[in-house]
Ligand binder design. Sequence first.
Ligand code: CAA
Length: 702
Amino acid sequence: MPVINAVTALEVNDGIAVITVNNPPVNALGHAVRAGLLEALAAAMEDVSVQAIVLTCAGRTFFAGADITEFGKPLQHPGLTEVIDAFEASPKPVVAAIFGTALGGGLEVALGCHFRVASADARVGLPEVKLGILPGAGGTQRLPRLVGPEKAVAMIVGGAPIGAKAALADGIIDEIVAEPIPGAIAFAKKALAENLPLVRVQDREEKILAARENPAAFEAAAKTALKKLAGVEAPAACAQSVRNAFTLPFAAGMEAERKLFMKLVIGDQSRAQRHIFFSEREASKVPDMPAGVKAAPITKAVVIGGGTMGGGIAMCFANAGVPVTIVETTEEFLATGLDRIKHTYAVSVERGALTQALMDKRLTLIAGTTDWDVIRDTDIVIEAVFEEMGLKKEIFGKLDKLAKPGTLLASNTSTLDVDAIANATSRPGDVVGMHFFSPANVMKLLEIVRGKDSSHQSIATAIAAGKLMGKIPVVVGNCDGFVGNRMLARRTTECERLLLEGALPQDVDAVVQKFGFPMGPYAMGDLAGLDVGWRIRKHRGVKAPVSDTLCEEGRFGQKTGKGYYIYENGSRVPTPDPEVTKLAAQKADELGVKRRNITEQEIFERMFYPMINEAARILEEGIAVRASDVDVVWAYGYGWPVWQGGPCFYGDLVGAKKIVAALEHYAELTGDAGLKPAKLLTALAARDGKFGDIGVAAKAAA
Ligand code: CAA
C-alpha cells in the first residue's frame, strides 16, 4: 500500500482512494495522524483517477479520539478542526468506514465526512466530558445538526457511546455494513452512480431552525442531562456549546467551542480526570511481573458464601459469561442467597437496565450447592464469608485438600492478613486477596492483595479475572485494611472526634458532599449499617463513645430507621436528629471534651488531610506501588469525585507543605500521634515535591 507517512497509507483502486491510518493501539489522532490525513487527502485530490474517498483505520478500531497525551502541550499544526474542515470541503465524496469505537475526535472526523457506514458491532460517541473537556473539533456543532440539539445535549453531557443500530436510527450513520472497508467502497460507488449530493453536516439547518423555534425543548433536555452535576465544569460547558449550535452561526459556534475547550483543558478538573483515565490503565501493571507470565484461563468459578458479597461476586462471574457455583452451609442459606440474586436482577429488568432474556441467561450460569465436592473442578475459588480469621483458615484448609493444582484461591477479606490465610494451605503461592466493594456487582474497584508468597501467575490470573468481570484491578500489599479501608479508618476516627468536639453529622456530610462525594461519611455509615463498624471495634477493643452508644440503643442506620440520622417511614433521606446532638454533648461532657464551633475549613482538613497522610505511609511501606494507584482505589471504590483526581492528586494541588502544617496542628490539638505527618509527606514538603513525581517505587523513598 503506498505510504503517505509512518502512520498513513493511501491506495487507489477502481476510482476509489482508501486512506488508512495505522496508529496502534487505538488510532488516536496525534500529530503524525493529522498531518498524514491532510497529505493523503491532498494526494487523493490531485489524482484525477480518484472519484471518491474512503477513510478508515487499520487494527482494532476506527479513531478512538484525539491523542489525550498531547493535551496541555502546545498544538502542533495541523489541528484536528483544520483536518476535518478539509475533508468536509472535499469536492469528491468521502465515506467513513467505522468499526470498533469512533469516539471523540474520531466521531468528529467521521462527522466531517459526507457519509458514514459502520459495522454492526461498532460504537460511536463523544465521551470528552469524562475527561473534563468538551468535543473540541466541531462535535458540539455538527452532532446537533444531525440529531437535533435535544438529543445531542443528552449524548454529549452523558458521554456514553451508542451502538451502530441506535446511531443508524438517529441518522449519525447512513448504513450498517457487514465489512467496513468493502461496505464503504460499495457505498462510495453507489454515491457516485446515483449522484448523491454531498452531505456537509455544517450546512444542515433543519434541526437547528426547529430548535430556534422551540428552545424550551432544548432547555428541558439540558436540565435533565445536567441533573446532579453541579460543581463540575465540563457538563455545563458541553450544554452551553450545544446551545450555541442553534443560537449562533456555525463559524461563531465553532469559535466558542474552541474557547470553551481551551479553558477546560488547562483546568484542574480536566487534568484530574485525565490523570484518572491513565492511572486506571496503569494500575493493573505490576512492575516486577516477569515477561511471559500468563494468566490461567477462567472457565468455571466457585464462590464460598451466598451472602450479599458472595452473591454479588457470583453475579460478576455470570455477567461475564462464566458459570459459577455458590457453596453455602445449608439449603436455607443457599435459597436465600439465590433469591437475593434473582431479586437484584429483577430490579435491573424493571428499571430497563437489563432484558429479561439476559437475566434468564445469567441465572442459568449461577448454581448453588452445599456439597464442597464442586471445589475439585474449578479454576478459581473466591471465599466471601464472615470476616473472621478462624473461619477463613478453616475454609482455606478445606480448599487446599480439594482444589486441583493451580486453582486460584482468593479471599474477599476487607482487612484480614492474607498471609495468615494463605498459611492455612500447603500452597500459599496460589492464594491472593480479591477485595470487592459493595455492591460487588456494581462497584468497579477490585483490590488484589498480594501476599508475601503469592505467585506472579496468581496475581496475573487475579488481574485477568477482575478484568473479565469488568472491574478495575489494583494490586496492593498486605496490611490491615490494605489501601482503601486503611485510609478510610483515618477519616472514621476524625468523624467520631468531630462529633465530640462540636460538629454535627449534617455539617460534616455537607462539607464532604460539597467536595463532590455522592454521600457524606455519616449518611454512608447509616446506609452500610453501623453495627458492622461496632462489631470490628469491639473485636479490636477500640471505643467510639457516640457511635458505640448509638449501636447500643439499636440505632444501626437505615435498616433500623435510625442511626446518625432519622429515616422516617422507610425513607432513605437522612433527617438530622436532635437526639444525636444531645448524645454527642453528653459524651463530650463525660469525657471533658470542650465543644466549640468548628469551621468548614477545619472539617474539610480533618476529613481529607489524615487520609492523604495515610496514603503517604502506604507508599512508604510499598503497600501501593504508585501514588496514582491510591487515587484509582478512591475514585472507583469510595466515590472520590474523579474531577478531584484522588487523594494524592488532590494532595499535590493543596501542596505537601500546607498539609504537613495542618497535620502538625491537629496532632497537637487531639494528642493523636497517628496524625503526625508521615516521613514521605514531610520529605515532599521539604523539597516542594509532589506525589505525582514519585513514579513507581517498591517503597517510596522518604
Ligand atoms: N489518546 C491516547 N491514548 C489513548 C487514547 C487516546 N484517546 N485512548 C486510549 N489510549 C491508550 C490507553 O491509555 C492505553 O494505553 P496503554 O496500553 O499504554 O495503557 C491504550 O491506548 C489502550 O487503551 P485501553 O486499555 O483503554 O483499550 P480498550 O480496548 O480497553 O479500550 C477505548 C479502547 C474504548 C478506545 C478506550 O481506550 C477509550 O475509551 N479511550 C478514550 C476515548 C476518548 O475519550 N476519546 C476522546 C478523546 S478526547 C477528544 O477526542 C477531544 C476532541 O474532541 C478533539
